[in-house]
Design a protein around this ligand. Sequence first.
Ligand SMILES: [Zn+2]
Length: 78
Amino acid sequence: MDLYCTTCGEPWDLDTLHEVEGESFDSARNRFVIEGCRLFGASHNRPADTETAEKSAALFMLLGDDVDAVASFMEDFQ
Ligand SMILES: [Zn+2]
């Protein structure tokens, strides 16, 4: 399942959060909500998919640390 960058809407596999060096999963998740692609050393897509990014940001706000639920809802939206 994928999480989507809250800035540009780029999809990232949920498991990628486990691979962020020097960060626990929870810490990587918290940073992803704010930094999106930048957490993985990537640049944001231009032009951004703002609709997807806004949905993702809203779900993170509603569901907080339940990334499985966020990913699941995003899958339904696609
Ligand atoms: Zn991005």
